[in-house]
Design a protein around this ligand. Structure first.
Ligand SMILES: [Zn+2]
Length: 289
C-alpha cells in the first residue's frame, strides 16, 4: 500500500474555489472561511494525536452548506475532486491493498461529524468500494481509546504492510489463510496500529473472498483457454513486482497458489482435452466515424 505523502498539501486551495464560485451559499462560506482556515491549521495535529478524540465540531450552522459543496461542487472544485477520485494513478487501495484502482473518496475525518473538513484536500483520500461502507462514518473508538484507522497520506507504516496467503486443498476446494507482516524496523506501537486498522476494515475476510473469486475466475479461464497456469501466474508476477513479499492481495494470491503444487494441479486439470480449437478468422469493420 502506497504512502500518499505527495497528495498532501501545506495550503489547500479548494476552499478558495468554493468561496469564489457562483454557487448558492458561497457567501456563507466566505463568512466562515477564517474559522475554517483555523481548523485546517489544526488538522495535522488531530491526525498525529491519534489517541485524542477530536473536539466536537462547532460548524453546526454551515454544516449542511459545507457538505453540499462536496456533494454538488461548483465546476473548478468538481475538477479537483475528480482528479483526486479517479486520476491518481493508484493501482491498489491505499487503505487495504485491494489490487484495483480505487474509485471512491473517503473523508478520513467523517464529514458528518466534522463538516469543516468536507472539502479539505488532506482529508479526502482515494478508497476502494470494499473499504468505503466498512469505514463509513467511523473514526475514533472509545473502547480502544484511539483512532481506528491510519491515514494513507500521513502514516508511512501502511506502506510497510506485506501480505502472505497460505493456500491449501481440502478435497476439491482450496482454502485461503491470509497472514500479515510489517517491515522489521516498525516499532510495536505502530505494528499494533496497523493490526487495528486492518481488523477494522475486515481485511482478512475480504482477502479470503477475493481469493475465492479469483480461483473461480481462473477455473473459467483454464476451462475455456486451457492455459498453463504456472506460466500464466509467473508472467503476472513478472509484470508487477520483484519483491518476494507481496504488497497487495493479487500478488499474494499468485504467490500462494504457486507455492502449492496440489493447488496448481487442481486448477490445471480443468483444461479441456482433445484437439485445439480451430483458429477464428476475422475481417475488419470500416467505421464511418
Ligand atoms: Zn480498500
Amino acid at each position: 500500500m502506497k504512502h500518499l505523502v505527495d497528495m498532501r498539501t501545506s495550503k489547500c486551495t479548494w476552499l478558495d474555489l468554493a468561496v469564489s464560485s457562483k454557487k448558492a451559499n458561497s457567501g456563507l462560506l466566505r463568512h466562515a472561511s477564517f474559522a475554517l482556515l483555523d481548523c485546517y491549521q489544526a488538522f495535522d495535529g488531530i491526525i498525529n494525536d491519534y489517541k485524542g478524540r477530536p473536539a466536537v465540531s462547532r460548524f453546526n450552522l454551515t454544516a449542511s452548506v459545507l457538505k453540499e459543496f462536496y456533494e454538488a461542487p461548483p465546476k473548478d472544485l468538481h475538477e479537483r475532486l475528480t482528479i483526486r477520485r479517479h486520476k491518481h494513478e493508484l493501482d491498489e487501495c491505499p487503505y487495504c491493498g485491494h489490487p484495483h484502482p480505487p474509485r471512491t473518496l473517503d473523508h478520513f475525518l467523517p464529514k458528518e461529524d466534522w463538516p469543516e473538513y468536507a472539502i479539505y484536500s488532506n482529508n479526502l483520500v482515494p478508497q476502494c468500494s470494499g473499504c468505503a461502507p466498512i469505514k463509513g462514518q467511523r473514526y475514533y473508538c472509545n473502547v480502544h481509546g484511539q483512532a481506528l484507522f491510519l491515514h494513507p497520506m500521513y502514516n508511512s507504516i501502511l506502506s510497510t504492510v506485506r501480505f502472505y496467503i497460505e493456500v491449501s486443498l481440502a478435497g476439491e476446494n482450496p482454502t485461503f489463510e491470509p497472514k500479515f507482516s510489517v517491515l522489521a524496523d516498525v516499532c510495536d506501537e505502530d505494528a499494533k496500529r496497523v493490526k487495528l486498522h486492518l481488523k477494522s476494515l475486515q481485511v482478512k475476510r475480504r482477502i479470503v473472498e477475493y481469493c475465492e473469486e479469483q480461483y473461480r475466475r481462473w477455473i473459467r479461464i483454464v476451462r475455456s483457454k486451457g492455459c498453463d497456469i504456472r506460466a500464466s501466474f509467473k508472467t503476472r508476477l513478472k509484470e508487477r513486482e520483484l519483491d518476494s513479499y507481496a504488497r497487495n492481495w493479487g500478488i499474494a494470491f499468485y504467490q500462494g497458489v504457486l507455492r502449492n503444487p496440489d493447488v496448481l494441479d487442481n486448477l490445471q486439470k480443468r483444461a479441456p482435452h482433445g484437439p485445439p480449437r480451430p483458429t477464428v478468422k476475422i475481417r475488419p469493420l470500416l467505421m464511418d466515424d
